[in-house]
Design a protein around this ligand. Structure first.
Ligand SMILES: CC(C)=CCC/C(C)=C/CC/C(C)=C/CC/C(C)=C/[C@@H]1[C@@H](COP(=O)(O)OP(=O)(O)O)[C@]1(C)CC/C=C(\C)CC/C=C(\C)CCC=C(C)C
Length: 512
């Protein structure tokens, strides 16, 4: 029988110690496809996982390894895992017709809620401001073109059934696909924001019974422990948040971490699409109020308290599927989709919990775009940092067409020699990652005040990895770019000051 890893599935042997499940470091020496360099993870007493068998007996306290069996009266329902094999989704139907930085192409949005009509001489860019437009049922959107820095006007027309049926659905870019999710999540949160400002608070949920509260508190505590173990700085930042928010972020963090561990953890080599299907079934169950284990129970509770949509969670699993089947990215459009799946989704999951400042003038959608941008920026940075390690596992997370344009190929990466061509190529990649950070930063100031600092701190720290790649003269083949402790600690008060004093739509009334 398969054993389970610290955060999910595992095939490596756990060692038992005083009721804790612990993973020896040697158990982690397995293929690690995406982020090759394993961050030094201590022994985490975390395994819960019930993906392959029913829950274990729950003893008590933090030393039981997270195993839980729920009393029959528990409101947390145990549902057995489904062993269905669902075929992989066919490859997404995007094409290279328009890329973010490539040839300018008209973009028509079909299956979302908007139909974009873009000036044919401009490329697809991202929303910066929405202005009421003179068109019936439409609005002029100003989008800032990343490539040229120019502002272009885009006519967004509310899609009606009639207009939809008149135009055949054209292939869509990754950005358009992702933008649908942003709109959906923004709509969900926008609704909650409106309700808060226009009507008295909805009737509070009935107080949970003592049993439920106890179990949930324990579940959340456990999530906090995991978070503290894996992401110390971030954990400290969450302590500034309100208890409800902090617990919810921990629960989301743990779900993300476990999902990532499926393809990146000690048992990555054992993970199959079917295992990911099972993980997705568990996700459906927990969103339907049937959590499988303690960590799921915490998330299941979180989604009853915050307007979190399931789609970004499903998409993260899709990213893990992508990792299983794909080791090359033809162009940035493909890479963008991957980055959205594995990291942009985190931003979309977190904002409903972190909350937008009540007096923010920014549109919900623009804040979500910023959150998405931060995830993409982080992931691009992660990829640039790990080029060498990834290549040693036969993986190249760089756009093939851009490599070719720079006169480079996979072979150059496998050879790992820093040449002038490589430096130039890297300069372009770093510039792009920084643009995503810039875009993200504007949104951070629109978050609730207590949420700003941890997000800003994490973004400053991650961004510094790019500086470190430069300082290493672009040798990301054999040198690992990292941010030293001194720099790290120096960044925290800077982030704090910026979080308090930084610009926001509340001060300059410009929106973002
Ligand atoms: C404050 C804050 C950062 C909140 C995010 C909390 C949260 C739920 C994090 C989950 C992170 C996670 C475990 C993701 C799984 C996939 C994964 C591993 C992605 C990579 C992260 C780095 O991982 P790792 O710790 O392994 O890195 P090292 O190799 O050790 O360096 C990613 C690169 C991406 C993670 C993405 C984010 C943190 C996105 C953050 C965006 C927001 C919180 C939205 C902020 C809102 C606005 C408006 C900007």
């Amino acid at each position: 029988m398969r054993e389970r890893g610290v955060l999910g599935y595992s095939a490596a042997e756990p060692t038992e110690e005083k009721g804790k499940r612990m993973w020896s470091e040697s158990a982690r020496v397995v293929s690690r496809p995406r982020k090759a360099s394993v961050s030094p993870r201590r022994h985490v007493p975390l395994d819960t996982s019930t993906a392959f068998s029913p829950p274990f007996k729950y003893t008590s306290g933090a030393t039981n390894g997270g195993f839980v069996s729920l009393p029959p009266s528990s409101p947390i329902k145990y549902s057995p895992p489904l062993y269905l094999s669902i075929p992989l989704r066919p490859q997404q139907g995007f094409t290279r017709r328009s890329t973010r930085f490539g040839t300018c192409t008209p973009v028509t949005r079909m299956s979302g809620s908007l139909l974009w009509v873009v000036s044919p001489s401009e490329t697809a860019c991202r929303t910066s401001t929405t202005l009421p437009g003179p068109f019936v049922g439409g609005a002029i959107k100003r989008r800032c073109c990343r490539r040229t820095g120019r502002t272009v006007e885009v006519l967004a027309i509310a899609r009606s059934a009639a207009s939809a049926s008149l135009v055949a659905a054209p292939p869509r870019t990754s950005e358009q696909l992702v933008y649908d999710v942003v709109l959906r999540q923004a709509a969900l949160v926008g609704e909650t924001r409106r309700r808060r400002t226009t009507s008295p608070p909805a009737v509070e949920a009935p107080p949970a019974g003592p049993l439920r509260r106890d179990l949930l508190e324990e579940a959340y505590d456990r999530c906090g422990e995991v978070c503290a173990e894996y992401a110390k700085t971030f954990y400290l930042g969450t302590l500034l948040m309100t208890p409800e928010r902090r617990k919810a972020i921990w629960a989301i963090y743990v779900w993300c971490r476990r999902t990532d561990e499926l393809v990146d953890g000690p048992n990555a080599s054992q993970i199959t699409p079917t295992a990911l299907d099972r993980w997705q079934n568990r996700l459906d169950d927990l969103f339907n109020g049937r959590p499988y284990d303690m960590y799921d129970a915490a998330l299941s509770d979180t989604i009853t308290k915050f307007p979190v949509d399931i789609q970004p969670f499903k998409d993260m699993i899709e990213g893990m599927r992508m990792d299983l089947r794909k080791s090359r990215y033809n162009n940035f459009d493909e890479l963008y989709l991957y980055c959205y799946y594995v990291a942009g989704t985190v931003g979309l999951m977190s904002v409903p919990v972190m909350g937008i400042a009540p007096d923010s003038k920014a549109s919900t959608e623009s804040v979500y775009n910023a959150a998405l941008a931060l995830g993409i920026a982080n992931q691009l940075t992660n990829i640039l940092r790990d080029v060498g390690e990834d290549s040693r596992r036969g993986r190249v997370y760089l756009p093939q067409d851009e490599l070719a344009q720079a006169g480079l190929s996979d072979d150059d990466i496998f050879r790992g020699k820093v040449t002038e061509k490589w430096r130039n190529f890297m300069k372009g990649q770093i510039k792009r990652a920084r643009m995503f950070f810039d875009e993200a930063e504007k949104g951070i100031y629109e978050l609730n005040s207590a949420s700003r600092w941890p997000v800003l701190a994490s973004s400053i720290l991650y961004r510094q990895i790019l500086d470190s790649i430069e300082a290493n003269d672009y040798n990301n083949f054999t040198k690992r770019a990292y941010v030293g402790k001194v720099k790290k600690f120096a960044s925290l008060p800077i982030a704090y000051g910026k979080a308090i004093l930084g610009p926001s739509s509340r001060r300059n009334h410009k929106g973002i």
